[in-house]
Design a protein around this ligand. Structure first.
Ligand SMILES: [Zn+2]
Length: 117
């Protein structure tokens, strides 16, 4: 009798865990679908921009390749990726590009904290 009760509790616990996992899986699938849609939209936009640049301004594939290489190397590594280094605003805690001397959200000087104001 006690063993049966224990088993029923274990089964209920396992079912609850499976339900949670299934729900998480649905959430991940939805997120992947949204990311794929955004990537597709970005690819479409990039193709449209490229078509306009080449048709209207005569920009060549070589120009594009050179600019891709230049931007890729801007973080010091030719690795097909762009990494943007960030600072954290000492006043509002938002992420900032290292290029900015002032926080674009609150206007604080980049690198300064409230302690220094
Ligand atoms: Zn700020």
């Amino acid at each position: 009798m006690l063993w049966e009760l224990y088993q029923q509790t274990q089964i209920a616990g396992a079912k609850a865990s499976a339900d949670v996992a299934a729900e998480q899986s649905r959430g991940v699938k939805t997120e992947i679908h949204q990311i794929k849609r955004r990537a597709d939209r970005q690819a479409l936009t990039t193709m449209a921009i490229w078509a306009l640049l080449s048709e209207k301004l005569g920009v060549t594939e070589a120009d594009l390749e050179a600019k891709i290489r230049e931007i890729d190397l801007s973080d010091g590594k030719l690795d097909g990726q762009v990494r943007v280094e960030t600072n954290t605003c000492g006043q509002c805690n938002r992420k900032l590009s290292k290029r900015h001397t002032k926080c674009m959200y609150c206007g604080a000087e980049a690198g300064r904290t409230l302690d220094h104001l």
